[in-house]
Design a protein around this ligand. Structure first.
Ligand code: ADP
Ligand code: ZN
Length: 630
C-alpha cells in the first residue's frame, strides 16, 4: 500500500479549518443588521444602543430595534468626534475599542485561500514531477540508504553466477574496506563503475553486495529521479547525492538507469532536453570534483550502454565497465538454488531440470518463478514445493495465469483446437523444427491456446531453413482453420505479426533473400528520442523497397503453401489430435508422437492428469523452452 503523504493530510486539515471559519463568520454576519451611520446615531439618541465596539474599520454592537427586539448591528465608522460624548450621554453601558482577537483567524481568513492555492499548486506540480515524497525537498536526492542493517546485509553469497563481474568488483571491495591502506600501496582505483546488463540480471543486487561485502553504507538512487520537470532540480539532487556520499565516506553511491540522465547530449528533437543536459553536466562536474581518496565510489547501471553520452565514459569518470550477462544454464541453476534456500523444496524437485527449461530467464524472472511456485504450494496447503508447482510457475510466468473463468462456446473451442493442432502438426512434420513440448487449449493470459516448442539446447545461430520452418509452423494454425472450416478468424493475428517480423528480418537484416542480397537494410537506430541518427536517410531507394516487399511476400507465401500441403496431407492425424485436445485440453509432445504413430493414448487418471511414462517424462523435461505460439 502507498504511504499517506503528510502534505496531503496537511492540505485537508487546512481546507477543513478554512471552511469552518468561513461558515462561522457567515453565520455571525447573518445575525447582524447593517446600519447606516445616521441610523446608528439615531438609535444612540433613542437610548436603544446597549453595547458598542469601535475599530477603524467597523463599529459593532447591540441595540433594541423599534419593536424592542435585541439585535446585533454593524456599521461603518465616520469621522465623528462627538461619538464618545453621545454614547456617554445616552446610557450606552459598554463601549470599547475593538481588541485584537488573535492574529491567526483573520490571517487565515484573508490569506487562507491564497495559501491553499499555493499549497495546491505545489502539490500538483509535485505530482507531475514524478511523485516525490516531500514537496519541499525538490532539490534533495531521494537516494535511499541501505546496508546499515546487518541482518539484511546483502553479500556476494546472495548473488549467484556473474563470476567475472564479481571478480572485477573485488578490488573495489578491498578499497572500500580500507581506503587509507589502499592509498599507501599506491593503487589507483576507478571512480566510477558502469554495470551493463539486461533488466533483472542483478545489477542492483551486485552493487548492494559490494557495499555489503565491504561493510559500507549504500546509497541507491535512480537516474529517472534526476530528470524532473523543473530545470535545476535534477542538478541539485545530483549535488545532494554526492554531498551525502562525502559525509558518509567510505561509502557506495548507486545510480540505477543512468541512461535516463546520461543520454547522448544535443540529441532528440529540438536539440535536446535542457534539464537533462544540466543534470548530466552536474554529474560530470561532481565526478571530476571528487577524489577517490575521499572513499566514495560510484556505481551506475544501465541496459542501454549505446545511448550513453561518451563524456560519461571518459577516463576519470566511469572508466571501468563491467558486463552483467544474462545467466546461462549453470548460472540459472545457481540462482534458483540461492532463491530456493528460503523455501522448502520437495524431494522430486530438480533445479537443474528447471534451469534447462528456462533459457532467457534472468535473475529477476527466476526469483519470481521460485516465489510463484511457493505461492502455488501454499494455495494447495502443501508442506513443500513440488516439481509440479515449479512447472506451473514457469507456464504462468511465460503466459500469465491460467484463466479458467473464461467461458468459451463449443464452436470456439473447436476452432482453437484446430488452430493449435495445426501449429503442432506442422512442427512435428518439419525435421528442423524445435520439438513440441506441450499443446493446450486452456486459455492463459491473453492467448486462447498455445503450443510450446522447446529447443534441445541454448541456440545462438538460426539457419535459413529453420526460419522458414518457423514461418510454416506459425501459419499452421490459420491454415488448419482455413482447411477445416473454410473460414478464418482473428485468432491468427499474433502469428501473422510474428511471421511478418521474421520474414522482414530475414530479408533486411540477415541477407537471406537472393534478390536483395546480403545487405543490411535496417536503419541503424530508429528510436528518435534516443537521439543520434535522426536524420540518417533511408539506406535504400524506392525500388529496393519494392523488391524487399516482394521478397517478404514471397517468403511468407511459400512458407504458407508448405503448411497447407502438410496439413492437407495429414488431415486424419489433425482430426485425431483435435479430438484428444477437446477431451483433455492439454497434450504433451509424446502424446502427439503416439497419435502420429496411429496409436491410442493411455487413459486419463482419476485426478485429471494424464498417465505418463516416467521414463519419457524425464526426457521431456530436459528440453528447453523457446517458442510460444498463441
Ligand atoms: P537489475 O538491477 O539488473 O534490473 P536487480 O538487481 O534489481 O536487477 O534484480 C532483481 C532481483 O532478481 C534481485 O533482487 C534478486 O532477487 C534477483 N536476482 C537477479 N540476479 C540475481 C543473481 N545473479 N543471483 C540471485 N538473485 C538474482
Ligand atoms: Zn496461433
Amino acid at each position: 500500500m502507498k504511504k499517506k503523504n503528510p502534505w496531503f493530510v496537511f492540505f485537508w486539515i487546512m481546507l477543513f479549518i478554512i471552511v469552518f471559519m468561513l461558515i462561522n463568520s457567515a453565520k455571525q454576519r447573518g445575525q447582524e443588521v447593517d446600519l447606516e451611520y445616521s441610523q446608528f446615531k439615531q438609535y444612540i439618541k433613542a437610548k436603544s444602543v446597549s453595547k458598542v465596539i469601535v475599530s477603524s474599520d467597523f463599529i459593532k454592537g447591540q441595540f433594541r430595534d423599534t419593536d424592542g427586539v435585541l439585535k446585533k448591528f454593524k456599521t461603518i465608522p465616520m469621522d465623528d468626534s462627538n461619538l464618545i460624548k453621545d454614547m456617554e450621554d445616552n446610557n450606552v453601558l459598554e463601549f470599547s475599542s475593538a481588541q485584537r482577537n488573535g492574529w491567526l483567524a483573520p490571517l487565515l481568513l484573508n490569506w487562507g485561500f491564497i495559501i491553499l492555492l499555493i499549497l495546491f499548486c505545489l502539490w500538483m506540480m509535485r505530482g507531475m514531477a514524478g511523485g516525490s515524497k516531500q514537496a519541499m525537498s525538490f532539490g534533495k536526492t531521494k537516494a535511499k540508504l541501505a546496508g546499515k542493517n546487518a541482518a539484511k546485509k546483502v553479500t556476494f553469497k546472495d548473488v549467484a553466477g556473474c563470476n567475472e563481474a564479481k571478480e572485477e568488483l573485488q578490488e573495489i571491495i578491498e578499497f572500500l574496506k580500507d581506503p587509507a591502506k589502499f592509498q599507501k600501496l599506491g593503487g589507483k582505483i576507478p571512480k566510477g563503475i558502469l554495470l551493463f546488463g539486461a533488466p533483472g540480471t542483478g545489477k542492483t543486487l551486485l552493487a548492494k553486495a559490494v557495499a555489503g561485502e565491504a561493510g559500507v553504507p549504500f546509497f541507491s538512487s535512480s537516474g529517472s529521479e534526476f530528470v524532473e520537470m523543473f530545470v535545476g532540480v535534477g542538478a541539485s539532487r545530483v549535488r545532494d547525492l554526492f554531498d551525502k556520499g562525502r559525509k558518509s565516506a567510505p561509502c557506495l553511491l548507486f545510480i540505477d538507469e543512468i541512461d535516463a540522465v546520461g543520454r547522448h547530449r544535443f540529441a532528440g528533437i529540438g536539440g535536446g532536453h535542457d534539464e537533462r543536459e544540466q543534470t548530466l553536466n552536474q554529474l560530470l562536474v561532481e565526478m571530476d570534483g571528487f577524489d577517490t581518496k575521499e572513499g566514495v565510489i560510484l556505481i551506475a547501471a544501465t541496459n542501454r550502454p549505446d545511448v550513453l553520452d561518451p563524456a560519461l565514459l571518459r577516463p576519470g569518470r566511469f572508466d571501468r565497465q563491467v558486463v552483467v550477462p544474462s545467466p546461462y544454464l549453470k548460472d540459472r541453476e545457481e540462482i534458483l538454488t540461492v532463491h530456493s534456500r528460503k523455501i522448502t523444496l520437495g524431494d522430486d524437485v530438480n533445479l537443474n531440470v528447471i534451469a534447462k527449461r528456462t533459457p532467457g530467464f534472468v535473475g529477476a524472472d527466476l526469483a519470481n518463478l521460485v516465489n510463484e511456485a511457493a505461492l502455488l504450494a501454499a494455495r494447495h496447503s502443501q508442506k513443500s514445493v513440488s516439481m509440479k508447482n515449479m512447472e506451473e510457475a514457469i507456464d504462468r510466468i511465460l503466459a500469465g495465469p491460467q484463466t479458467k473463468s473464461r467461458l468459451m462456446s463449443e464452436k470456439e473451442k473447436k476452432v482453437i483446437a484446430y488452430h493449435e493442432a495445426g501449429h503442432s502438426l506442422v512442427a512435428k512434420l518439419l525435421p528442423s523444427a524445435d520439438p513440441v513440448h506441450k499443446v493446450s487449449i486452456v486459455p492463459r493470459g491473453p492467448a486462447l491456446g498455445y503450443t510450446l516448442q522447446l529447443p534441445e539446447e541454448d541456440k545462438y545461430l538460426t539457419s535459413k531453413t529453420e526460419f522458414f520452418d518457423r514461418l510454416s509452423i506459425l501459419f499452421g494454425g490459420r491454415v488448419a482453420e482455413e482447411v477445416i472450416f473454410s473460414e478464418i478468424t482473428t485468432g491468427a493475428q499474433n502469428d501473422i505479426a510474428k511471421a511478418t517480423d521474421i520474414a522482414t528480418r530475414m530479408v533486411t537484416e540477415f541477407g537471406m533473400s537472393d534478390k536483395v542480397g546480403p545487405i543490411s537494410l535496417q536503419k541503424p537506430n530508429q528510436e528518435v528520442f534516443l537521439g543520434r541518427d535522426i536524420s540518417s536517410p533511408d539506406r535504400h531507394s524506392g525500388k529496393t523497397s519494392e523488391i524487399v516487399d516482394e521478397e517478404i511476400k514471397n517468403i511468407i507465401n511459400s512458407a504458407k503453401d508448405k503448411a497447407v500441403a502438410l496439413i492437407k496431407g495429414n488431415i486424419s492425424i489433425l482430426n485425431k489430435i483435435v479430438d484428444y485436445l477437446l477431451e483433455r485440453e492439454n497434450l504433451t509432445g509424446q502424446d502427439i508422437d503416439i497419435i502420429m504413430k496411429g496409436e491410442e493414448l493411455s487413459p486419463i487418471l482419476q485426478d485429471g492428469n494424464v498417465e505418463t511414462n516416467v521414463e519419457t517424462d524425464k526426457k521431456e523435461t530436459l528440453k528447453n523452452l523457446d517458442v510460444l505460439l498463441g
